[in-house]
Design a protein around this ligand. Structure first.
Ligand SMILES: Nc1nc2c(c(=O)[nH]1)N[C@H]1C(S)=C(S)[C@@H](COP(=O)(O)OP(=O)(O)OC[C@H]3O[C@@H](n4cnc5c(N)ncnc54)[C@H](O)[C@@H]3O)O[C@H]1N2
Ligand code: MOO
Length: 390
């Protein structure tokens, strides 16, 4: 058994970032930006009014001052002239501030009578002008690599980019294995169960920015597994579920080796998920997840998601953790890093009392995993622990 951190390092060592492709802005959310976006102009490109009101010269700003309205500036319709002493231009939010003016008085602080405006007492100090380039300057960059969030896409659009260079989708083939498995909606015999893991993994992969491809369930035979590996060709990551342990019917490691896998590791000091396996698989990577439903999903959060991100060109990094207080005590841990299903409440996080790796109902109730290091002593309510959000 190797520590989780070493397993991650060995996985990342197998990664070569995927090629890139260009996509439009509406297809870019959740993708990994691979080339920086460079602004081609300042934003705003002109000093812009932040309010509806009157553009005036600062020198004219005095309670009771009476100014003559010489024109109008609206968003998309600048005023071509210049504001002189005793003059003002009616202005609206987003409009270019006309030459000569260096303040906008909000209309609530004025009274208008025909072409004449009188400034009220108690005008606010605020000039209500957004300087040219206050958001960004021509030449400024939205740096890469980064996972594109909606705010990034709005920024790229504002920089006048209409196509972005992103990583191509990492294709993830998912193979459930086991003679006991029947697809959901099927007719299981009394000694069979419904295959669930692959559907949970499909969701995790899609959320992580991968393109999941579910393959048919493979039975517990070398021939069935060989056929499944054949069907998985073309994928960037091949994920198997089950058959990873030491039983007579746990054939995935052997079948994968026969199909060309060069193993990087097998067995990690993690709970749940100990029999995890990984290796190079031709041009692809293979991740062999344990069959227990919670083990496979926890290992997907801890290993598969970081792998997808690294393949997409993001700096290799483990699943992000944050600190949280325990709302209930934790028992001492054994030799494996323990990822406990837990729920967040007003006083902190509480691990569920049942932690068996078969319990999907508990995983479904959990909103985070408490990460307890190997041999960690018992912890009290109020102690700070590390947590991975689900
Ligand atoms: N003698 C030992 N036995 C076991 C050990 C060990 O060290 N020595 N490790 C245990 C641990 S820990 C785990 S985890 C499991 C993992 O075993 P496998 O990866 O070989 O998984 P399977 O035996 O194929 O399945 C385990 C369990 O999960 C169910 N399963 C499998 N695939 C699915 C699926 N797609 N959807 C729903 N459920 C699935 C399967 O029916 C089994 O109940 O090994 C322990 N044994
Ligand atoms: O590692 Mo197994 O996943 O403990 O159940």
């Amino acid at each position: 058994m190797i520590p989780v951190s070493e397993a991650l390092d060995r996985l990342f060592a197998l990664v070569t970032p995927l090629d890139t492709q260009e996509v439009g802005l509406t297809a870019a959310s959740g993708r990994v930006l691979r080339a920086p976006v460079i602004a081609t102009r300042d934003q705003p490109p002109f000093a812009a009014s932040a309010m509806d009101g009157y553009a005036i010269r600062d020198a004219d700003c005095a309670p009771g001052a009476r100014l003559t309205v010489i024109g109008e500036a609206a968003a998309g319709h600048g005023f071509a002239g210049r504001v002189g002493p005793g003059e003002t231009v009616r202005i609206f939010t987003g409009a270019p501030v006309p030459a000569g003016a260096d303040r906008v008085v909000i209309q609530e602080d004025t009274t208008r009578d025909g072409d004449e405006v009188t400034l009220s007492p108690g005008i606010s100090e605020n000039r209500n002008i957004r300087a040219a380039g206050v958001d960004f300057r021509a030449g400024d960059a939205l740096s890469a690599p980064r996972l594109l969030r909606p705010a990034d896409i709005a920024l790229a659009a504002s920089m006048n980019a209409d196509r972005l260079t992103v990583s191509r989708w990492p294709e993830v083939a998912i193979i459930a294995t086991g003679d006991e498995l029947v697809a959901p909606g099927g007719a299981p015999r009394a000694d069979q169960i419904i295959a669930s893991n692959a559907y949970g993994l499909h969701g995790i992969v899609a959320q992580a920015g991968g393109a999941p491809r579910l393959l048919p369930i493979a039975g517990d035979s070398m021939a069935a597994l060989a056929q499944a590996f054949e069907l998985a060709r073309g994928a960037d990551i091949v994920v198997t579920i089950g058959g990873a342990s030491v039983g007579d019917h746990d054939l995935v490691g052997e079948a994968a080796s026969e199909a060309g896998m060069e193993r990087a590791f097998w067995k990690v000091a993690i709970r749940p998920g100990k029999p995890l396996m990984a290796g190079r698989f031709g041009d692809a990577l293979l991740l062999g997840l344990p069959g227990n439903p919670v083990s496979s999903m926890v290992c997907a959060h801890v290993f598969l998601v970081p792998l997808i991100r690294a393949l997409s060109g993001l700096p290799p990094a483990p699943a992000p953790r944050h600190r949280a207080r325990l709302a209930a005590p934790l028992a001492a841990n054994g030799p494996r890093e323990h990822y406990l299903r837990a729920a967040t409440g007003p006083d902190g996080v509480t691990a569920f009392s049942k932690q068996d790796s078969s319990l999907l109902s508990v995983l479904s109730d959990a909103d985070c995993l408490i990460v307890q290091p190997p041999h960690d002593p018992a912890r009290d309510t109020g102690d700070v622990v590390e947590v991975i959000a689900l």
